[in-house]
Design a protein around this ligand. Structure first.
Ligand SMILES: [Zn+2]
Ligand SMILES: [Zn+2]
Length: 124
């Protein structure tokens, strides 16, 4: 494995440990995802892939420093199965029924996904 692949794998593992959730795709097919921040409360970062250069961008502090690899981008790549998922946590299934995603999608798709109470419990 070259250094690039190792960095992405480490970022994916950090994303798993920090429990950052990919909230969803902003617009289907446009390659813009909202990813929950691990540090800033309920904040989210938009992760985008440039349609021509295919370079991934993020809005987090690491990306602002010029870093091309962060846990938010890794979380999206794992979601899209473009990066192997790190070892899944042996977490108990969520009793609020989110299936461990931490969010409840709006069935009509008209409003934003709702944060699952299990995530507040984890944060407390
Ligand atoms: Zn980021
Ligand atoms: Zn839940």
């Amino acid at each position: 494995m070259d250094n690039t692949a190792v960095r992405w794998q480490r970022a994916a593992e950090r994303a798993r440990l920090a429990n950052v959730a990919v909230v969803g795709e902003v617009e289907a097919g446009r390659w813009v995802y909202l990813v929950e921040s691990a540090t800033v409360g309920t904040g989210t970062y938009a992760v985008r892939r440039h349609p021509v250069t295919r370079v991934l961008s993020c809005e987090c502090a690491a990306a602002e420093r010029g870093d091309w690899c962060c846990m938010h981008r890794a979380a999206v790549l794992v979601l899209r199965k473009e990066l192997p998922a790190p070892t899944p946590p042996a977490a108990a299934p969520c009793r609020y029924g989110c299936g461990g995603r931490g969010w409840h999608a709006d069935p009509d798709g008209r409003s934003a996904p709702e944060r699952c109470p299990c995530r507040d419990r984890l944060a407390a």
